[in-house]
Design a protein around this ligand. Structure first.
Ligand code: ADQ
Length: 481
């Protein structure tokens, strides 16, 4: 057994395999909230990362990234990819945990694959973790790993962090395999969520199981809950059926603001010139996911243009949407609807050579993305549900000078900390429209107030960065040892 004292386990390794024109293959860093959050933490801790390299049926040897992070690949077959990843993770758990924005599919065959793959991840961790190591398991794809590891390796200290929301117990109870998932999670020493509300949902679920609120759940009835969830330190404990104390708390994830300070000003100026120096530039940046509310934000824009509340010559909207989960039907439908809306809005309101909406269905390099953040007057972040939303924090981090404004959904985890944004309910078209107009007008009519709001949010993000997130979680885990 090799001797890694700190192991991060996540569905994906932080890499993509690319093929150059001459046929040579190279691993490059890939975008995504989890990667953004964990790369600096891993580099700082000299740890290793166990995950799937992102290519089905590939079984590369362990290797180091350019950042020096040691990666231990777990191989997935194309059948695993379909049933474990696209199926159970992203067509069962993802919609269930995002409050049923689309209807989850409950497939016994997918569940079998989820169990098998979780077991394989645990076996890989067992291989690489030194005696007494700390293991940090990430996210909804791997909720059984803490429980399996606990059985295999009682010497390990195990943390689990959920990057997406945890739903209310009433929704969670739909899941045919709810008992196994709860047992899997309770294999950890510490379970972390973004928000106190998520942690409270989990505690309420466990409480209802332990008989405090009564009712038949089909879940084990031997948990005891003490205390209340709090932020960044553990005040609630669940006693698992094997008598261990499991800490539960909220740790709002953040970004590494030092990644974002050096903006290429010439690039920003060029973008502004290309997109219309005199117009108000609105920006959306998301994975193309139905939870992100991209279509609804475009519909809000369209109504504002149709109402005359915004004039087409005065605004430019840039939507950058990273391709995501493209083989899943709901994602295909979302993409079609978004692209149809872009075409329709431009068809109605553009003039020759001057589209109102610019749409990029692409993943951009970070400096390029940052130039868009810096150039944008109004960032529009309108998810129906989001664990946190790092895009909102990245935008704010780029506007330390108080420039810009942000429209933010109440249902993004980020709204709990960034309440100086123009908050809206994305399910309510009028609310979304109003927040966009208020942000646009706020910049023009009350620039000092708007700048003050942006500076307050900037201070919040700078003071509560990804290091604080990781340190707070790891401190809790240390205390649990
Ligand atoms: P995501 O759903 O992926 O993350 P988010 O938190 O916004 O959502 O992170 C997206 C990341 O991808 C950001 O760092 C952003 O810069 C990057 N990105 C987005 N579009 C891009 C593009 N076109 N090109 C390049 N990079 C792009 C999940 C949860 C979130 C939670 C995070 C972290 O769904 O709620 O905030 O994990 O826990």
């Amino acid at each position: 057994m090799s001797g890694n004292d700190f192991v991060v386990v996540a569905n994906r390794l932080p890499v993509d395999l690319t093929t150059a024109d001459d046929g040579t293959e190279k691993w490059i860093a890939s975008p995504g909230g989890l990667v953004t959050a964990l790369t600096p933490v891993l580099s700082a801790h000299q740890g290793c990362w166990v995950g799937w390299p992102g290519v089905a049926d590939a079984a590369p040897e362990p290797f180091r990234t350019d950042d020096g992070v040691l990666l231990h690949p777990v191989s997935l077959t194309s059948d695993d990819f379909e049933r474990f990843y696209e199926g159970f993770s992203n067509a069962t758990l993802w919609p269930l945990y995002h409050d049923l924005i689309v209807t989850p599919t409950y497939s016994r065959s997918w569940w079998q694959a989820y169990r098998d793959v979780n077991h394989r991840f645990a076996v890989e961790v067992d291989r690489v973790a030194a005696h007494g190591a700390t293991v940090w398991v990430q996210d909804y794809q791997l909720q059984l790993v803490p429980g399996i590891l606990r059985q295999m390796r009682p010497d390990l200290t195990i943390g689990f962090f959920l990057h997406i929301p945890f739903p209310s117990p009433d929704l969670f109870r739909q899941l045919p395999w709810r008992e196994e998932i709860v047992r899997g999670l309770l294999g950890a020493d510490v379970i972390g969520f973004h928000l106190k509300a998520n942690a409270d949902n989990f505690l309420q679920l466990v409480r209802s199981v332990s008989g405090v609120s009564g009712g038949h759940t089909g879940l084990p009835d031997s948990f005891e809950v003490t205390g209340h969830a709090s932020v960044r330190e553990i005040t609630a404990h669940v006693t698992s059926s094997d008598g261990r104390s499991v800490g539960v708390a909220a740790y709002p994830i953040s970004i590494d603001p030092t990644d974002l300070v050096e903006v290429d000003k010439a690039h920003v100026a060029k973008l502004r010139e290309q997109l219309g120096a005199d117009t108000t530039l609105l920006l959306g940046v998301d994975r193309l996911d139905y939870t992100k509310g991209i279509l609804q934000r475009l519909n809000a824009l369209e109504e504002l243009l149709a109402d005359g509340a915004l004039a087409p010559e005065d605004v430019t909207f840039v939507q950058i949407a990273t391709p995501s989960r493209e083989r899943i039907e709901h994602y295909q439908r979302t993409r079609s609807a978004v692209e149809e809306a872009v075409g329709r809005i431009n068809g109605r309101f553009a003039t020759l050579g001057h589209p109102v909406v610019h749409y990029l269905h692409q993943s951009l390099p970070k400096p390029e993305l940052q130039a868009y953040y810096a150039a944008a007057d109004v960032m529009v972040v309108t998810p129906f549900k989001d664990g946190m939303n790092l895009v909102a924090k990245e935008y704010v981090a780029t506007h330390g000078d108080g420039s810009g404004a942000m429209v933010l959904s109440e249902f993004a985890g980020a709204a709990a900390e960034l309440n100086q944004a123009y908050l809206c309910n994305p399910f309510d078209m009028e609310s979304a429209k109003q927040a966009i107009v208020q942000a646009v007008q706020g910049l023009k009519r009350t620039p000092e107030v708007t700048a003050e709001r942006m500076r307050a949010m900037h201070a919040q993000v700078i003071e509560h960065d990804v290091d604080l997130w990781a340190q707070a979680f790891l401190d809790s885990l240390k205390k649990a040892q």
